[in-house]
Design a protein around this ligand. Structure first.
Ligand code: FAD
Length: 436
């Protein structure tokens, strides 16, 4: 039996690891993970890669080595289509930097297929966004932002040293959700580290971050209390928060708002919502929703094809919200994690001829970290059945432990703890921030 998983992200890599250990290693099935990248970086950390507080080169998991250890095969490739009748996935040709072919366009057969290819930023067709804004959809994009940030700080330091006192680095972030809020705080931390490491002319006044949100408040998915607490902390750092402000266009000099205001910016990040990749829309006659997500049955098999599962951000999984309204399971790391466990369970049940279980999403709460300054959140489940609010160091600890839990899901606890120790050692032996 060939089980092909496309996408080694928050959900896909956990699933490949589980199935590799349970089936691949024992020779009960061939488990194949396909990803367009060689390495995995947990997506909720991309804003830290963008600011430099995380060095993805040190933290990334190499798929090929991980697969070797955990009983699955890794294939480098970008999915561009499926042939459901012939049960094959279609992968694009892979070219090197000089345009020479590394791998030809090819197909890979499957008996069971799992689509876990995540999401991309939704620019809602706002003019100029694709050309002038950076998205944080992938490590490559986060690195691109980081390089521009480094160049921006170096340029600014030089200008200030030459007596240009009006010069500032202006960053505009569109989208007041978790990504926008967390990135805003990270930029102030980056400024501190760059000053510590020699760019001494740059003071807090020389960084100008504007966070633009179309809705009435930041962090609309979280409570009013958390939202106003986060806004207060950001404003203390120096962030200019603009709510009820819709951006209508982006250009080389900055943004234009619906109210006619121009926001000048040297760097712009678009973090105003996600959708599944466009090529999934109605792929091979499969049903998709408005966000291009593949609509799934309660078992997480896509509607109309029991051989294909979808999980994570690319899956449209209907759910009834606590207030009784109908909606979709939110595109979050905890959803991808829970779905990966449910799909693993169902694939194993199906291999053993047992009935499949319906997936039930459990909201375990949300945490937002303002870099090392503070964190906010609400945890549900376990002892906190009705939910408890967290703030400050405890919230930050809970936030960091989410990543530890992802590492434990893919490496096991002993190795995850060793990695945590390595990180601590790295804080002593390496620069605290990625400076290049
Ligand atoms: C900056 C940022 C901060 C976030 N913070 C949080 C948070 O605090 N809490 C939270 O719950 N969620 C957070 N999220 C959302 C969370 O990261 C996603 O919901 C989660 O990663 C989805 O998991 P996934 O497995 O569906 O997809 P992903 O983790 O995105 O993985 C998709 C994988 O598919 C691969 N892929 C994509 N297209 C193709 C293709 N065509 N062919 C082959 N491979 C492909 C990608 O390379 C990637 O490895 C954040 C997201 C961002 C961007």
């Amino acid at each position: 039996m060939q089980i092909v998983i496309v996408g080694g992200g928050a959900g896909g890599l956990e699933l490949a690891t589980k199935l590799g250990k349970k089936l691949g290693r024992k020779g009960k099935a061939e488990v194949v993970l396909i990803d367009r990248n060689h390495t995995h970086v947990w997506k909720p950390l991309l804003h830290e890669v963008a600011s430099g507080s995380l060095d993805a080169d040190l933290d990334a998991v190499t798929y090929r080595a991980h697969g070797h250890k955990h009983g699955f095969e890794f294939e480098l490739g970008t999915l561009n289509g499926i042939d459901r009748e012939r049960k094959v996935v279609q992968l694009s040709a892979l070219l090197d930097e000089d345009g020479r072919e590394v791998l030809p366009a090819r197909e890979r057969p499957y008996d069971t297929l799992v689509l876990a290819i995540g999401s991309v930023s939704n620019d809602f067709n706002v003019s100029g966004v694709g050309e002038h804004c950076i998205f944080l959809d992938s490590p490559v994009q986060a690195h691109r932002f980081h390089r521009r940030l480094v160049d921006g700080f170096i340029r600014l330091n030089q200008a200030l040293k030459s007596g240009d006192s009006v010069h500032k680095l202006r960053v505009a972030i569109i989208g007041g959700g978790a990504t926008g809020v967390e990135l805003s705080a990270e930029l102030y931390k980056a400024r501190e580290w760059f000053s510590t490491y020699g760019l001494t002319a740059i003071t807090p006044q020389h960084l100008d971050v504007t966070l633009v949100e179309a809705g009435p408040r930041l962090l609309p998915a979280l409570s009013e209390r958390i939202s106003s607490g986060a806004r207060e902390e950001l404003e203390k750092l120096g962030v200019r928060v603009m709510v009820n402000t819709a951006v209508v266009s982006a250009g080389p000099e900055g943004l234009q708002t619906k109210g006619g205001e121009a926001i000048a910016a040297d760097l712009m990040v678009w973090a105003a919502g996600v959708k599944a990749p466009d090529f999934l829309r109605d792929i091979e006659g499969l049903e998709t929703n408005r966000a291009n997500q593949l609509v799934v049955e309660p078992t997480l098999q896509v509607k109309g094809d029991g051989a294909i599962y979808a999980l994570g951000d690319c899956a449209g999984c209907p759910m009834t919200r606590p207030d009784g309204s109908e909606g979709w399971v939110p595109p979050r790391a905890q959803s991808a994690h829970q779905m990966a466990s449910a799909v693993a369970h169902n694939i194993l049940a199906s291999a053993r001829g047992k009935p499949l279980q319906p997936f039930r999403y459990k909201d375990l709460g949300s945490l937002v970290s303002l870099s090392e300054y503070t964190a906010f959140g609400r945890l549900m489940g376990g002892l906190a059945r009705g939910g408890i609010n967290l703030e400050g160091k405890i919230a930050r600890l809970a936030y960091v432990s989410l990543y530890r839990m992802h590492l434990a899901a893919i490496h096991g606890w002993p190795r995850a703890l060793l990695l945590a120790l390595t990180e601590k050692i790295n804080h002593f032996v390496r620069p605290r921030f990625k400076l290049h």
